[in-house]
Design a protein around this ligand. Structure first.
Ligand code: PLP
Length: 387
């Protein structure tokens, strides 16, 4: 059966160019980059080239890039590393719609006695800047606001947020895991101190990520031990995947604008087709500020999981807003924070596209969805028969 992959916010297919770039580092170029001898020295320069490529994607200096094992490690390092750097006040500000990779370390600091403020979001998932300003009156804090939301695609006004946070003398981290490679990011213009990214969201393999640490920003390393990554992240570098991340960053930088315009056109086609052909459906998120690849759509009166199973039977992979946090059966904390009504939260599906999706695939989903929705509604306890 042909498979149609529409779950790119969960993970992306590694690009063939990335796989090709990795190969030599799994065979002849297997040295430890910290070794002084020829085996190590031979690979060190490729790690540094990858650092330059990742830095270039967000307009950073190579020395400001710390390689990590994933977006989660980057987020944890940023929040725990900055939150526990000695001269900062024990105040943390985040939003109610952060990824668990941010919420987890924030709650950990709260357990350790830090004051945690979680900013509310409105019905499209945006924070109120006046509420942020009010929270910033606490005094110096670590503030973490994601660049774009993984479930709805809502893009936050990070330039404006970062400026306010910096004007208040606080430290600003952004989880840009879903934004890097999809949106233009320039840390010379946007005053973020720390920014997380993850390889497997931009066509590199799982198991590699990076944290941008603005020059002069103090963080305590999360992993302790060796002096790798300029003593900011101990552990022998994952050379093959770092090289892969570098190649993925290069691909994203070269073709991003045209590629994302094409992806947005496909997403819009899917959205229009589904809204038109499936009654009682609506889109969640900020339609005016949304990732080009993301469509979070609710089909009222039915369960997202049931839709997912039906799609999966046809070889179509998407994900559901009602159980999207890695197998949890809790309804999405993001949609709940937005005040999306119960019946819409439960019937929400996220389609997330990539450069590898085609118009033919989109049309296949549009053609199949009405029958799935109608059949499930026939069986739904939420629908009044004949009503
Ligand atoms: N932050 C966001 C917004 C994400 O979407 C994800 C993954 O889904 C992460 C962090 C965690 O990244 P990783 O899977 O690389 O640990």
């Amino acid at each position: 059966m042909k498979t149609l992959y529409f779950d790119n916010n969960a993970t992306t297919r590694p690009a063939p160019e990335v796989i090709e770039a990795i190969q030599p580092f799994l065979s002849e170029l297997w040295g430890n980059p910290s070794s002084m001898h020829v085996f190590g020295g031979g690979v060190r320069k490729y790690v540094e080239q990858a650092r330059e490529l990742v830095a270039a994607l967000i307009h950073a200096e190579p020395a400001e890039i710390v390689f990590t094992s994933c977006g989660t490690e980057s987020d944890n390092t940023a929040i725990l590393g900055a939150g526990t750097a000695t001269d900062l006040k024990p105040n943390i500000i985040n939003t109610r719609v952060e990824h668990p990779a941010v919420l987890g370390p924030c709650l950990e600091l709260k357990d350790r006695g830090y004051n945690l403020i979680e900013l509310n979001v409105d019905e499209v998932g945006q924070i109120d800047l006046a509420e942020l300003d009010e929270a910033l009156r606490l005094g110096p804090a670590v503030v973490s606001v994601m660049w774009a939301n993984n479930e709805t695609g809502t893009i936050f006004p990070i330039d404006e947020i970062a400026r306010r946070v910096k004007a208040a003398g606080s430290l600003f981290h952004t989880d840009a895991v879903q934004a890097v490679g999809k949106l233009p990011i320039d840390v010379r213009r946007t005053p973020v101190d720390l920014l997380s990214l993850s390889g497997h969201k931009l066509h590199a393999p799982k198991g590699v990520g990076a944290l941008y640490v603005r020059k002069g920003t103090r963080i305590k390393p999360f992993l302790l031990g060796g002096h790798q990554e300029d003593s900011r992240r101990a552990g022998t570098e994952n050379v093959p995947f770092i090289v892969g991340l570098g190649r993925a960053a290069e691909l994203a930088r070269n073709g991003r604008e045209e590629e994302q315009a094409r992806v947005a056109a496909l997403r819009n086609r899917l959205e229009a087709g589904l809204l038109q052909r499936c009654p009682d459906s609506s889109v969640n998120g900020d339609l005016a500020h949304r990732l080009p690849n993301t469509l979070n759509i609710s089909f009222e009166y039915i369960e997202g999981e049931a839709i997912l199973y039906s799609l999966s039977d046809l070889g179509i992979a998407a994900s559901s807003g009602s159980a999207c946090s890695s197998g949890s059966l809790e309804p999405s904390h993001v949609l709940r924070a937005m005040g999306v009504p119960f019946t819409r939260v439960h019937g929400s599906i996220r389609f997330s596209l990539s450069r590898y999706n085609t118009e033919e695939e989109v049309d296949y989903v549009i053609a199949r969805m009405p029958a799935i929705v109608n059949r499930l509604r026939e069986m739904s306890p939420f629908v009044t028969r004949g009503g």
